[in-house]
Design a protein around this ligand. Structure first.
Ligand SMILES: *Cc1c(COP(=O)(O)O)cnc(C)c1O
Length: 431
């Protein structure tokens, strides 16, 4: 079998492959990518698309970076993989130290997981095992926020927004968690203490059965692309301390500079008890995630009944993934990423704000290297995606949200092409 043409690829794909959140509908738009370079994807027919998605938040340095290619090749010649039970290796140790140094003060222990969702599962286990170790086994539920997103495995899914997370489909098997109202106070609004009411009330009434609160700091991503006030996070930290509830920060989407700070928790100056990282950790090269925790949490777990943290994936701390993560963090820390993200934010504000004049548009917002156009109606993907592709732009809207989170290295011309294509869609949908 020789799959040299895009048509051959598509035909076989249609026959055998599931795509994310997709049916096997053969009429859904699907594009075969032959290669990618910088901020561009190259399709089989030679068309080039500017990637406004960073392949779902991951590819912060752009595609095909010599530094990352080199790190991966070098590690391949040492060892591609070795089990992590009873063995260790330099790429993992180096990476753990880098993560402890980079993340907010107080997070000292690192658990490497295969994907963001798995790192959330591990965070849930950490929280429950910690509470058990403190003689509080009845603290067995997690408090989450509406409009949140924490992943697709069952435990993580139980923490996603109950409506958009389609909890009714899996009701029979999902753990029943508690949900506070989504933070209503925007990141640049004057602080409104009333937006904490729902969280306060739930903690007040149910803290005896709550092990942890999980939040996406400042940016609620896939659950609605909303940006909320740092004071909400600061007050959440204080409430968790008051009610003896652990705080889990899910920075899988926000980590590594996306919001203009290395981690979004820094906007509020807080340290969570448990931190989940993923997505941009390897610069988009390999799947890798990490769950960090404080010594307090780790010591509790290890003094508890089990005496160990009960998780251990086969590919835990895969050396190739750790090596490329190390190279990606070096690349990030030696680059002017703050200026780049600030420039992207300013350009997104300048070029997307005028779109509020279109009748189809409900609201435009931008924060860090994230630009969002919220529409009144859900987007028809079969019409909108091909129209974006015709303009040489890759975006994947969902629901009523047309948004971009480009690689940090995008040029202002490339970003203008993305915002122009977004403007075209808004105009087209307003006709
Ligand atoms: C993407 C994401 C996850 C899930 O990560 P996967 O690697 O897709 O399993 C969890 N939480 C947040 C905030 C995310 O954006």
């Amino acid at each position: 079998m020789n799959l040299t043409s895009g048509e051959d690829l598509l035909a076989l794909d249609r026959t055998h492959i599931w795509h994310p959140y997709a049916s096997t509908d053969p009429t859904a738009p699907l594009y075969p990518v032959a290669s990618a370079q910088g901020c561009e994807l190259e399709l089989y027919d030679g068309r080039r698309l500017i990637d406004g998605m960073s392949s779902w938040w991951c590819v912060i340095h752009g595609y095909n970076r010599p530094e990352l290619n080199e790190a991966l090749t070098r590690q391949t010649h040492q060892m591609a993989h070795v089990m992590f039970g009873g063995l260790t290796h330099e790429p993992a140790v180096t990476l753990a130290k880098k993560l402890v140094d980079l993340t907010p003060q107080g997070l000292e222990k690192v658990f490497f997981a295969d994907s963001g969702s798995v790192s959330v599962e591990v965070a849930i286990k950490m929280a429950l095992q910690y509470q058990m170790s403190q003689g509080k086994a009845e603290k067995s539920r997690i408090l989450s926020l509406r409009k949140g997103y924490h992943g697709d495995t069952l435990g993580a899914m139980s923490l996603c927004d109950p409506v958009t997370g389609m909890h009714h489909l899996f009701q029979a098997i999902l753990p029943q968690q508690l949900f506070a109202d989504a933070p209503a106070c925007g990141v640049r609004d004057p602080w409104d203490p009333a937006c904490l009411d729902s969280l306060k009330e739930l903690l007040h009434n149910h803290h005896q059965t709550i092990a942890a609160l999980i939040v996406e700091p400042i940016v609620q991503g896939a659950g609605g692309m909303r940006f909320y006030h740092p004071q909400y996070l600061r007050e959440s930290r204080a409430l968790c301390d008051q009610f003896d509830v652990l705080l889990i920060a899910d920075e899988i989407a926000t980590g590594f500079g996306r919001t203009g700070r290395m981690f979004a928790c820094e906007h509020a100056g807080i340290t969570p008890d448990i931190l989940c990282l993923g997505k941009a950790l390897t610069g988009g090269y390999m799947t890798l995630a990490a769950t960090l925790c404080t010594n307090k949490v780790a010591d509790g777990i290890c003094s508890g009944e089990a005496g160990v943290l009960m998780h251990g994936p086969t590919f835990m701390a895969n050396p190739l993934a750790c090596a490329v993560a190390n190279a990606s963090l070096d690349l990030l820390c030696s680059s002017p990423w703050q200026e780049r993200v600030a420039r992207i934010e300013q350009q997104l504000i300048n070029e997307l704000s005028p779109l509020e004049k279109y009748q189809a548009v409900k609201e435009v917002r931008a924060f860090g290297a994230i630009g969002v156009v919220e529409l009144h109606e859900p987007v028809n993907m079969k019409v909108v995606v091909p129209r974006l592709v015709e303009q040489g732009v890759w975006l994947r809207p969902f629901g009523r949200l047309l948004y971009t989170m480009p690689p940090f290295v995008i040029s202002s011309d490339q970003l203008s092409q993305i915002t122009a294509a977004m403007a075209d869609i808004c105009q087209f949908l307003s006709q």
